[in-house]
Design a protein around this ligand. Structure first.
Ligand code: COA
Length: 227
């Protein structure tokens, strides 16, 4: 069974071997497959100015292979929303210790839409909320394509638009603020049939973590995991 690992500056040395494949996968997925040519960089690795030591990554690892990932950035520092797409947020700029910005969620093509167990993408959505609760976050800001909204609605993520969608390179893109709360996390765990936390905190024993709500009594869903 694959695991989702929190990787941040404190334990990055334990995951160094995954970073080259990680940035290469980002290049394959965003530049080659999705054709987001603005992200093209020499060397076939997609990295940007936000891949600093303050970025937090969730790596989904299966038998030593990286099969999915997501990035979280503190909004007290520069983010995509503050520096690249500020016009998408018509409200107050978000610079809050309790809000992180999410970006670069992906699952490798051969592991998308799985039916044999919880989808990797659902695991990542569950895991990032677990991370947020654990470090005391109340929300996630995201610049996203509008096709995410019905997906969020289906899985129970509460996304509040911060402005109207705008057309960009043929995509409809908007800024949202998503609630990070116990209720959503418990609901996600129920949907994927988990009665234990999803995250591995390998090498992060020194981090103070808040208690998670009890999910040991959640019954596995009678229906199929959310798709
Ligand atoms: N445009 C519109 N809808 C999309 C989409 C896109 N580029 N990518 C996924 N979807 C929606 C569709 O509704 C799709 O349903 P379909 O099979 O009927 O087309 C549904 O998501 C399922 O997507 P799928 O890719 O089969 O599986 P998944 O749910 O396991 O993974 C992602 C979803 C987004 C994680 C995966 O598609 C991925 O890694 N994509 C590339 C990276 C990316 O674009 N990330 C988002 C921006 S950072």
């Amino acid at each position: 069974m694959y695991e989702i690992h929190v990787v941040r500056k404190d334990n990055r040395h334990l995951y160094e071997r995954y970073f080259d494949p990680y940035f290469r996968l980002r290049h394959d997925i965003y530049v080659k497959q999705r054709k987001w040519m603005a992200l093209d960089r020499p060397g076939g690795r997609e990295m940007d100015q936000f891949d600093t030591e303050d970025a937090v990554y969730l790596f989904c690892i299966d038998n030593g292979q990286l099969i999915g990932a997501m990035r979280a950035l503190p909004t007290l520092l520069p983010t995509l929303m503050s520096d690249i797409f500020p016009y998408l947020n018509i409200r107050e700029p978000i610079r809050r210790p309790d809000v992180y910005e999410l970006s670069r969620i992906f699952v490798i093509p051969e592991r998308r839409g799985e039916h044999a167990g919880p989808r990797v993408e659902m695991l990542l959505l569950t895991a990032i909320m677990e991370y947020g609760i654990s470090i005391g976050l109340t929300g996630f800001s995201i610049v996203l394509e509008s096709w995410w909204l019905p997906r969020f609605e289906r899985c129970g993520w509460k996304a509040h638009p911060l402005g109207l969608p705008r057309e960009m390179d043929g995509m409809s893109v908007l800024a949202v603020l998503v609630d990070c709360d116990h209720t959503t996390w418990k609901s996600l765990c129920g949907q994927i049939g988990f009665t234990r936390p999803t995250l591995s905190w390998h090498g992060l024993g020194g981090i103070t973590r808040r208690a998670l709500p009890d999910i040991s009594t959640l019954l596995p869903p009678t229906a199929q995991p959310a798709r």
